[in-house]
Design a protein around this ligand. Structure first.
Ligand SMILES: *Cc1c(COP(=O)(O)O)cnc(C)c1O
Length: 373
C-alpha cells in the first residue's frame, strides 16, 4: 500500500452522522454534512448522507464540482459567500449559497436568469465571530432587496461562531438569532425554510437543556469527521474519533546523534534545538513533512517525541527499536492536519469499512436523499 496514505473508515463517519442526527432530531434540528475538510471527497460525503445528513455543504466551488462529477445530483450549499468571478459556476453547481454582499447576489441572479434557474440565497448574519456576515441591523433591508430580485429566492438565514474568534455561541446570542428569523419573516413573507444556527461549536448549545428556538439546521464537519467539539477539543461521547488515520513510512532509523555543536558566540543559535531528546534512544525519519500536513496536529505515538520536521521529513525520537526502515507509523490527526492531508497531492486516500460507496446515483429516488430542505 502506498505511503503516506489516509485510511478512512467510512462506517465510523456514517455512525458519527447517525449519532448527531439522532440527538438533534428531537430538537427539530437537521444536520448538513460539511465536506470542505475532505475536499468534497465523494465517498466520505456519501457516508454522511447514509448516516442521515439532510444535505451537503462546502466552502469551495471546486469541491462541489468534484461531488457533481462523481454523480451527486441533489442540492448542495456553498457556505462561503461566492467570489464575484465565480457567480456562473456557483449557479451551475450549487442549489443555494450563503451570501453577505448585494453585488454578489445580483451577479448570481443574473447568472441564474441566463441559465433559466432560480438560485437560493441564505443570508449570513454576523453575531460575534467577526468573520463574514451581514450586521443584524442591516439584515431586513438586504432581505427585502433579495425578495425583489428575479433569478434568486430568499431561502433563509444563517450564523456562524467560533471560526475566527474561537468563542462558542452563548444562549443569548442564539436567542437573538432566532428573533432575527422572526423579524425577517415579519418583513418578508413567506417563512424562511432554513434557519441555520452554526457549526460543530454549536453542539453543546444545541444539546443542552434549553429550547433551541427557530434553529432547524446545523452544519457539521469536525464533529462528524473527528468526533470532537472544536472549541474545547473534547471528545463527544458516543462518537468515533479515529475514522481517519494517517500512515507514513520510515526511511531512516538511527541512534540519536550527538547534539549539533553550537557556536556559543551567537546566543540565538542556542534556541535551535526544539526539544530535548533525553529518554529517547533512537530516532526515525518518516517520508512526510510540512508539505503534506500540519505536523503539530498529529498525535505522536505514546513514548515518542516530535523532534522536528521539514518540508518532506518528519523526525521522531522513539524508545522502540523494533521499528525499521520500511515500517509504517500511524497517526491520528486534528482538524488542521486532516484538512491539509486530504488536500495533499502525494497522500492517497484509502477507504475502509463500508464497501466503496457509490455516490448518490442519477436515479430520482436518491436525489431526495441530498435535499437540504
Ligand atoms: C467550516 C464551516 C462549517 C463547519 O464547521 P465545523 O466546525 O467543521 O463543523 C459550518 N459553517 C461554515 C460557514 C463553515 O465555514
Amino acid at each position: 500500500m502506498s505511503c503516506p496514505r489516509i485510511e478512512v473508515d467510512l462506517s465510523k463517519i456514517r455512525r458519527n452522522t447517525e449519532t448527531v442526527v439522532r440527538r438533534l432530531g428531537p430538537r427539530g434540528i437537521g444536520v448538513t454534512g460539511v465536506t470542505k475538510a475532505v475536499c468534497g471527497h465523494p465517498a466520505i460525503s456519501q457516508a454522511m448522507l447514509d448516516g442521515g445528513a439532510a444535505g451537503l455543504a462546502d466552502a469551495r466551488v471546486r469541491n462541489v464540482q468534484r461531488l457533481r462529477s462523481a454523480g451527486m445530483t441533489g442540492p448542495i450549499t456553498l457556505i462561503r459567500t461566492p467570489m464575484l468571478s465565480q457567480a456562473e459556476q456557483v449557479v451551475q453547481s450549487c442549489e443555494q449559497s450563503y451570501n453577505t454582499e448585494l453585488s454578489v447576489i445580483s451577479a448570481l441572479a443574473a447568472a441564474a436568469i441566463r441559465s433559466g434557474r432560480v438560485h437560493g440565497i441564505v443570508l449570513m448574519v454576523e453575531m460575534g465571530d467577526q468573520r463574514d456576515g451581514i450586521l443584524p441591523e442591516n439584515l431586513a433591508g438586504i432581505a427585502q432587496q433579495v425578495m425583489q430580485m428575479t433569478g434568486v429566492g430568499l431561502k433563509g438565514i444563517s450564523v456562524n461562531f467560533a471560526c475566527l474568534s474561537g468563542i462558542a455561541p452563548t444562549t443569548r446570542q442564539m436567542a437573538a438569532f432566532c428573533d432575527l428569523a422572526n423579524e425577517i419573516e415579519g418583513v418578508c413573507s413567506p417563512s424562511l425554510k432554513i434557519v441555520s444556527g452554526g457549526n460543530s461549536a454549536n453542539l453543546p448549545w444545541a444539546l443542552d437543556e434549553h429550547a433551541t428556538g427557530r434553529v432547524n439546521d446545523l452544519r457539521l464537519g469536525e464533529a462528524i469527521l473527528l468526533g470532537v467539539e472544536p472549541v474545547s477539543g473534547d471528545h463527544i461521547g458516543g462518537m468515533h474519533t479515529d475514522a481517519f488515520t494517517l500512515v507514513a513510512e520510515i526511511i531512516e532509523m538511527a541512534s540519536v546523534p550527538p547534539p549539533i555543536p553550537v557556536a556559543l558566540i551567537d546566543p540565538t543559535t542556542e534556541r535551535l534545538r526544539l526539544v530535548t531528546t533525553s529518554g529517547v534512544s533512537s530516532r526515525m525519519i518518516l517520508a512526510m513533512g510540512h508539505q503534506d500536513t500540519d505536523i503539530l496536529g498529529l498525535s505522536i505515538p505514546v513514548g515518542s517525541t516530535l523532534i522536528g520536521a521539514t518540508s518532506d521529513h518528519l523526525i521522531i525520537g522513539t524508545p522502540r527499536s523494533r521499528l525499521k526502515v520500511g515500517s509504517e507509523v500511524r497517526f491520528q490527526m486534528n482538524y488542521n492536519a486532516l484538512m491539509r492531508a486530504m488536500a495533499a497531492p502525494d497522500i492517497e486516500v484509502k477507504l475502509l469499512g463500508d464497501p466503496p460507496t457509490r455516490p448518490s446515483g442519477r436515479t430520482q429516488g436518491e436525489v431526495e436523499h441530498l435535499a437540504l430542505v
